[in-house]
Design a protein around this ligand. Structure first.
Ligand SMILES: C[S@@+](CC[C@H](N)C(=O)[O-])C[C@H]1O[C@@H](n2cnc3c(N)ncnc32)[C@H](O)[C@@H]1O
Length: 422
């Protein structure tokens, strides 16, 4: 049996059936995978998840009755390989049919084999998508219809299409504990590295050897950290309200070792992640497990800058988490908005007069971003729009900014800076 197909199937099954996080399930698989299979398994797992809606639609065009469960998953893997990878057709058809033997059902094997043979005839130039324009875009780019309609409402059709059709640069962004140049990275680690808009961050092709003191962090997460770091006065107090796993808190402390950084998260196991990450990076943070929707009188007007990097729908980071498109529903958004606002509404009281409040998400919907901030400013006259300081980006000088991959070259994070005037 084709080992890469088998490993891909097992990993995808965990995501579809058990709702495992794609990155975590894949990392576990890769740890027990032959080196020669790793790239293909990664491609198939991310590819099938990212193209889920489209693959299901293509299957539906070739079958009389839609299969379910494992039978559908065998077909999704096969159709993805036929449409997107340059593997020989006979390898895909035969090896996926072989994989289908795991079902223990001869009819399933025959069905998978026959369906893939039909799909193979025009897999590379399949264009039989729905005629209606929005539905077509949704299927073509595997973007849930409800989410696409939201984007069109927020940005207009042209930008919405740019957002959903963007093909991300899937090279990892890393930064190092000590100053490095791209040349030094290539010489020392043998990995091809490219400069980014931040002098301490590099896009790296291939894997760095294990044990390398490098931190994987997206450019947009670094951008939010840098925006916060610029708002803290000398020896100032900074509060990160939703800090786990600690990506931004740790970087802010590295950028501003003089600052006193306090990091909170509601979940104990996630607060632990902050501790272990801070320890690994050798920075000192004050870490608390707290529900930040609940007021703590002791922290009243105590911080020069407060970051609310709130839980969100995650539609700005689909390149890392394609499973979000599978399981998020429109009704989740209103629940998230309530929690986001509750955190902002509570934690604003911890900002000193003259201090700054930063609101950020890793999503692209106005409901969770601008709408929350507008509501907040209408209700809190002691705050006004502030100014983002980040000269490397178009966000510089604005009070709020939506990063978008197709125009900013980084994930879809949102940030707003507010100043407490009273
Ligand atoms: C977007 S993540 C934060 C990412 C983090 N800032 C980083 O850069 O690594 C949101 C976090 O909010 C936490 N959270 C959710 N509800 C919360 C609450 N009521 N109070 C505090 N933290 C909460 C979640 O556990 C999650 O870790």
């Amino acid at each position: 049996m084709n080992n890469a197909f088998l490993k891909s199937f097992q990993t995808l099954r965990q995501v579809y059936d058990e709702r495992a996080f794609s990155a975590i399930a894949l990392n576990k698989t890769l740890a027990n995978c032959k080196n020669q299979d790793k790239a293909l398994v990664t491609k198939i797992v991310y590819g099938v998840l990212d193209n889920d809606l489209r693959l299901e639609y293509v299957v539906s065009r070739y079958v009389r009755k839609m299969p379910k469960g494992d039978a559908l998953l065998f077909l999704k893997i096969g159709v993805y390989c036929l449409m997107e990878l340059s593997l020989p057709v006979y390898t895909v058809v035969n090896d996926v049919a072989e994989l289908a033997k795991l079902s223990g059902d001869k009819r399933t094997v025959g069905f998978v084999n026959a369906t893939l043979k039909s799909v193979a005839q025009r897999a590379k130039d399949f264009d039989d998508y729905p005629a209606e324009e929005v539905e077509r875009l949704s299927v073509r780019y595997s973007y849930p219809l409800w989410a696409l309609k939201k984007l069109i409402n927020d940005y207009g059709k042209e930008t919405a299409e740019q957002i959903v059709s963007y093909v991300p640069d899937n090279r990892t962004t890393v930064r190092f504990a000590e100053p490095m140049t791209a040349e030094q990275i290539e010489q020392r680690f043998g990995a091809e590295a490219e400069n980014t808009l931040f002098e301490d961050a590099f896009r790296v092709k291939g894997n760095l050897p294990s044990g390398t003191i490098a931190t994987v962090q997206s450019l947009s997460s670094m951008a939010i950290s840098r925006i916060c770091a610029a708002l803290i006065p000398q020896n100032g107090d900074f509060l990160d309200c939703c800090a786990a796993p600690g990506g931004k808190s740790v970087y802010i402390k590295q950028l501003r070792p003089d600052a006193n950084v306090t990091s909170c998260d509601v979940h104990a196991h996630r607060a632990e992640l902050i501790s272990s990450y801070a320890e690994r990076m050798q920075v000192s943070l004050n870490i608390f497990c707290r529900d930040m929707t609940e007021y703590d009188q002791r922290w009243k007007a105590s911080f020069d800058a407060v970051l609310c990097d709130v839980p969100c729908s995650g539609f700005g980071v689909l390149d890392n988490r394609p499973d979000i498109k599978l399981f998020r529903e429109n009704k989740d958004i209103s629940e998230l908005m309530k929690l986001q606002y509750a955190i902002l509404d509570n934690c604003c009281r911890y900002v000193k007069p003259g201090g700054s409040l930063v609101y950020s998400t890793c999503t692209v919907f106005d409901n969770e971003n601008g709408q929350n901030v507008r509501k907040f400013l209408n209700a809190h006259h002691e705050f006004e729009a502030g100014s983002i300081s980040l000269v490397q980006t178009a966000a510089n000088g604005q009070s709020q900014y939506q990063f978008l991959p197709h125009k900013d070259g980084m994930q879809g994070f949102y940030v707003a800076v507010l100043t407490r005037t009273l």
